[in-house]
Design a protein around this ligand. Sequence first.
Ligand code: FAD
Length: 385
Amino acid sequence: MSGSRRIVIAGAGIGGLTAALALAERGFSVCIHEKAERLQEVGAGLQLSPNASRVLIGLGLGPRLAGVATRPEAVSIMTARSGGEVSRLPFAASDTASYWVMHRADLQAALLAAVQDHSQIELQLAHPFSGFSIADDGSVEIPGEAPGLALIGADGVRSQVRQLLFPAVQPTFSGQVAWRGSIENSRLPCAFPPRRVQLWMGPRAHLVAYPMSSGEQVNVVVIMPGRLDDADSSATKIADHFRASRWPAPALALIGAVAEWRRWPLSTLPDGGVWNAGPVALLGDAAHAMLPFAAQGAGMAIEDAAVLAQCLADAAREPETVPAALARYAALRAPRVGRVQRTARQSGQIYHLQGPMALARDLAMRALGAPALQARQNWIYDWVP
Ligand SMILES: Cc1cc2nc3c(=O)[nH]c(=O)nc-3n(C[C@H](O)[C@H](O)[C@H](O)COP(=O)(O)OP(=O)(O)OC[C@H]3O[C@@H](n4cnc5c(N)ncnc54)[C@H](O)[C@@H]3O)c2cc1C
């Protein structure tokens, strides 16, 4: 095995950029291959719970992100059945980590600035990763490059690295489509509460809205059944669908104020997949693309990055143990990520109930009360790297 401390990452999404920073912090030199010519996030928001913000703060991004993120006071769980609030879950104030909502571009800009500031990280744009081989000494060889200690596939749900390692593992379309839009807060008939996440549950659909860009914009996501190939994203079509399902006026006002929707068919990978083989491992959506209903896909990618860096740092003292370190990373991550994948699926089923089942859900949530509903999230939010 070469004595190199060089790691190659395929993909400069949230997972790849965070992994690069976490690895560089541990003394590795990192080369990121990104196929896009420039990094550009979709114009949408992102929720980052304390389990993820804790990692980013640990990497020194706290001041920059705190300047662009909103710290919501609570999530309001609303029911389309009656139009009312079923429960309001306050976010606990913490000295060390926060629940943040922000524009994706702001997170990407913060990660990118930190990557560009780091002398040990090289970001190669317009550089699609296409293949590798394993040298006799166990190092990873990529044509035209110095050998690496490990290759990390952080190249998203349609990962090329996964395709090479495990070609039988393919993403499956869930039958659900997310429609993403944003609104200038000033254009809403009633201003959106400045520090609130709203989750609307309705028949076979749900809606999530929260402020971003210092409250100037409201991020709106609706999830509803759809087809993989249906390209019609007209605002009228979506508004008509929710009007026909008799959604209440405040939700219709949010939906009606979105001028342009972007369509996002939701595909997932199976729970409990294999994430590693020799000196190669997968991270983020490449390993475990999930439904976004627990708002944890990026959170899990960020957690993966922290655990991966820790495992490789332990192994790097004895480089021949890299495959074992990556196996340890996968073993540490898989049970938790699998539980989050299941939670996301179950949440969707609960949000989308109809008729008497929706009434029973609303009554049960009210009876349970906010503290008990809140406590059900603790196992996710309390995670520390
Ligand atoms: C509607 C919706 C809402 C969501 N909301 C939340 C939320 O609130 N909170 C949350 O935590 N998560 C949320 N998620 C999930 C989150 O967006 C993803 O889990 C996360 O972005 C995955 O990051 P990643 O870095 O693993 O992959 P990606 O973001 O897909 O990045 C992969 C990168 O790899 C690059 N790439 C691809 N192929 C190659 C190649 N061959 N060579 C080189 N580069 C390549 C791509 O260009 C890209 O830059 C949401 C998802 C959706 C769809």
